[in-house]
Design a protein around this ligand. Structure first.
Ligand SMILES: [Zn+2]
Length: 219
């Protein structure tokens, strides 16, 4: 399948973006080693650009990204796509407005996942970006389409992230920067929530209670 000149340019930009956010995920402590994976939809057709399987983020290059059709067929790339490619595709299928997916394995999110406790919002960024309480999907092995369909259903339409118990977080957004903001916000919120629970009864935030003044720029 040819993506054409416009498709190739878009693909190159998105390949570079995926590499950038992968490196950011390591720099900010959301991932380490080859943990996690990211993908973004190509605007021209139903395919996605996704990270290859098993490549360390510090040596990852844009040409190593894999372009995969919505049926899972590899269209471009010499490496195997992420082992969780079918999981990403299931979320894109379930939620057509989602344009990008960031999967991280950050420690504070995983503390809540390990005890099966949903992550309630106590920080402004959590309600602005994740939109509400992030649910926990019970543990199961995470590489097939059926897992992805269940994960998308547990996440639901109202929040932009889901915790996979004993594993990590899947965050969605309108672009990679947006999905990454969700992953950062949930991890920061999980860390503060853990401490706040030790101090007392945290005051939870609800998106409906957040009145954003006209003209205000979001953080
Ligand atoms: Zn993972």
């Amino acid at each position: 399948m040819s993506t054409g000149a416009a498709g190739s340019r878009a693909s190159q930009t998105l390949r570079e973006e995926v590499v950038h956010w992968c490196r950011e995920s390591v720099r900010t402590g959301l991932n380490f080693n080859t943990q996690g994976n990211m993908s973004v939809r190509l605007p021209e057709h139903g395919a996605i650009v996704i990270t290859p399987s098993g490549v360390r983020y510090d040596v990852l290059t844009p040409d190593q990204m894999v372009v995969v059709a919505d049926d899972g067929q590899v269209l471009e790339g010499d490496l195997f796509p992420s082992t969780e490619t079918d999981v990403h595709l299931a979320h894109y299928r379930a939620w057509p407005d989602v344009q990008a997916i960031v999967h991280t394995e950050s420690p504070y999110v995983n503390m809540f996942g390990a005890v099966g406790r949903p992550i309630d919002p106590v920080l402004l960024n959590m309600v602005l970006y994740a939109k509400g309480t992030v649910p926990v999907m019970p543990f199961e092995f995470s590489t097939n389409r059926a897992f992805g369909e269940r994960s998308a259903a547990v996440m639901g339409a109202d929040v932009d992230a889901v915790v996979w118990a004993n594993h990590g977080l899947l965050a969605v957004g309108q672009d990679l920067a947006g999905a990454f903001k969700v992953a950062v916000a949930v991890e920061a919120n999980a860390q503060v929530l853990l401490g706040a629970l030790q101090l007392g009864a945290p005051r939870l935030l609800d998106l409906a209670d957040v009145v954003v003044p006209a003209g205000a720029r979001l953080p």
